[in-house]
Design a protein around this ligand. Sequence first.
Ligand code: MLT
Length: 240
Amino acid sequence: MKIDVLPTFGRLTDAQLSETTVIVVDVLRATTCMISALNGGAVKVVPTVDAGDAVALASRLGARECVLGGERGGIKINGFDLGNSPSEYLTRTVRNKTVIVSTTNGTGALYSVRSADRILLGAMINRTAVAKAAACEGRDILIVCAGTDGQPSADDLTCAGAIIDAVRSFADLGTGSLTDMAIICENLYKNWKNGTFDLSSTFHYRRLINLGFSEDVDFCFTPDVTDTVPVYREGVIIKL
Ligand code: MLT
C-alpha cells in the first residue's frame, strides 16, 4: 500500500485516480461540515462548485426537501440557509433533508476527483474511521487536500498527517509506503500533536479565528468525534 498527499487539488490523471482510494480533506471546514450533516441525519449531501447551481438545485427540490449551505471567503453566502460552521449542520436543521453545499475550495476538490471509483471524505472528526475504511480497501491511498485559494493549507496537511498516522493501526506501512509529502504531513501532525507546531499562525486557520469562528476551529480539530465516513459517488455524498 502506498500513501500520497496532494497539497492542493487540480487536474488529476485517470492513472492517479484508478485503483486508488481517494480521501478528500478540507478540515476547515467543508468536509467537517459534510460529515457533520450526515451525522445529523441528512439523507445526502450534494456538493456544487458554483453557488448558482446550488440555488437552482434547491429551487427544483423545494425548501421542504433541502437545505442550502456554504460560504465564500469563510462567510455565509447571501440567501443561503446555512454558512459553513459544523454547528449549523445539526439534526434539527438537516435531518431527512438533502443538504446542498457550495464552498470556496472544498467542493472544487471533490469535483476534481469525481472520476475516481472510490472517494471518501476525511477530517479530524472522523480521522480513525476514515483511516480504517481506507486501509481495509487494501488499495493505494491518495489524500487530496482542498488547500486555500490554490495554495497548500497547513490545516489540511496536518489533518492528512493525522489520517496517515491512524492508518498505521490498520495496515503495515513499511519503508517506502509513504511518499515524501505523506512523510512531511505525518511529521507535521506529530509536531502539532506534541505542541511544537502552532497552527494558529497559519493563514486560513488565523483568518477563521479573526472572522469569529474560533469555536469552529476548535471543533474541526477535535479528533474522532464520529465514525461517520462519507462516500462520494455520482455527484452525491452519502454514508459509507
Ligand atoms: C473551503 O471550502 O475552503 C472551506 O469551506 C472554507 C471555509 O469553510 O471557510
